[in-house]
Design a protein around this ligand. Structure first.
Ligand code: COA
Length: 201
C-alpha cells in the first residue's frame, strides 16, 4: 500500500490520508460542527483536540504499526469525509472496526455505504480478516441505514461504550464475517441481493 493506493467504485473512492490533508480535514470538520458533534469521539480526560496535524500524524503512526488504515472518502475526486479502519487484529481474532463521516452537502447519495463496502471487501479479501464491526449510537438513524443497506447483522448493545459529545454513550454493534458475503459486500448490494433486515433493538 503506497500513497497512491485507492479503492474506487464509480464516483466514490477511498485513499490513504496524507500529512498534507490536515488542512482540508480541519476545514471540513470545523465548518460542520453541528452535523458532526453528536457522533464524534471525544476525550474523556479533558478538552478534545482540534490539532489536525497531530491527528493525522497519529493516524499515520497507527498505519505504520498496522493497527489502523486511515482513509479519506472522495466523491468526484473531492475529499468529502473520512473512513477509518481501526483496531485491526490478526491471528485467531482477525477483526477490525470501521468508523466514518461525510459532509452534509453530499449526504443521501449512497456515498458512505459504497465506501464502507469497498473497505469491507478490501479487509476481507486483501488483508484476509474474518470479521468487520461497526458501532453506532441508537439515535443515529442515518448511520443505521448505512449498515442496513449493506446487510450487517445486529449483534447487541454495548453500554457506555465510546466517549462521544462529552459523555459515555451506548452503541449498537453490527457486524459481518467473510463467509457471510462470499461474493463481496459491494457486489451483493449493487445486485440487490442484500437480505431484507428489520432490526429489533
Ligand atoms: C451517517 C452518514 C455517514 C451517512 O452517510 P450517507 O453517505 O449520507 O449515507 P446514505 O446516502 O446511505 O444515507 C443514509 C441515510 O441518511 C439519511 N439522509 C439522506 N439524506 C440526508 C441529508 N441530506 N441529511 C441528513 N440525513 C440524510 C437518510 O435516512 C438515508 O437513508 P435512505 O437512503 O434510506 O433515505 C452521514 O449522515 C454522516 O456523516 N453523518 C454525521 C456523522 C456520523 O453520523 N457518522 C457515523 C457515526 S456511526
Amino acid at each position: 500500500m503506497n500513497n497512491f493506493f485507492a479503492l474506487t467504485h464509480q464516483d466514490v473512492s477511498l485513499r490513504l490520508v496524507r500529512a498534507r490533508d490536515a488542512k482540508t480535514l480541519e476545514r471540513l470538520v470545523l465548518s460542520n460542527r453541528e452535523w458532526l458533534r453528536p457522533w464524534e469521539a471525544t476525550n474523556p480526560h479533558g478538552p478534545t483536540s482540534f490539532d489536525f496535524k497531530a491527528q493525522v500524524r497519529s493516524l499515520l503512526r497507527q498505519l505504520d504499526r498496522n493497527e489502523t488504515i486511515p482513509f479519506l472518502i472522495l466523491y468526484k475526486n473531492e475529499v468529502v469525509g473520512q473512513l477509518n479502519v481501526a483496531n485491526i487484529l490478526h491471528g485467531s481474532v482477525s477483526s477490525c472496526v470501521i468508523g466514518y463521516w461525510i459532509i452534509p452537502e453530499v449526504a443521501g447519495r449512497g456515498i458512505t455505504p459504497t465506501a464502507v463496502a469497498l473497505a469491507m471487501d478490501y479487509m476481507f479479501t486483501t488483508i484476509g480478516l474474518h470479521r468487520v464491526e461497526i458501532a453506532i449510537r441508537p439515535e443515529n438513524n442515518a448511520s443505521i441505514r448505512v449498515v442496513q443497506k449493506l446487510g450487517l447483522r445486529y449483534e447487541g448493545l454495548k453500554q457506555k461504550y465510546i466517549h462521544i459529545n462529552s459523555d459515555w454513550r451506548d452503541h449498537l454493534i453490527f457486524a459481518l464475517t467473510a463467509e457471510e458475503v462470499p461474493g463481496g459486500v459491494l457486489n451483493r448490494w449493487q445486485r440487490g441481493e442484500v437480505p431484507k433486515i428489520s432490526y429489533d433493538f
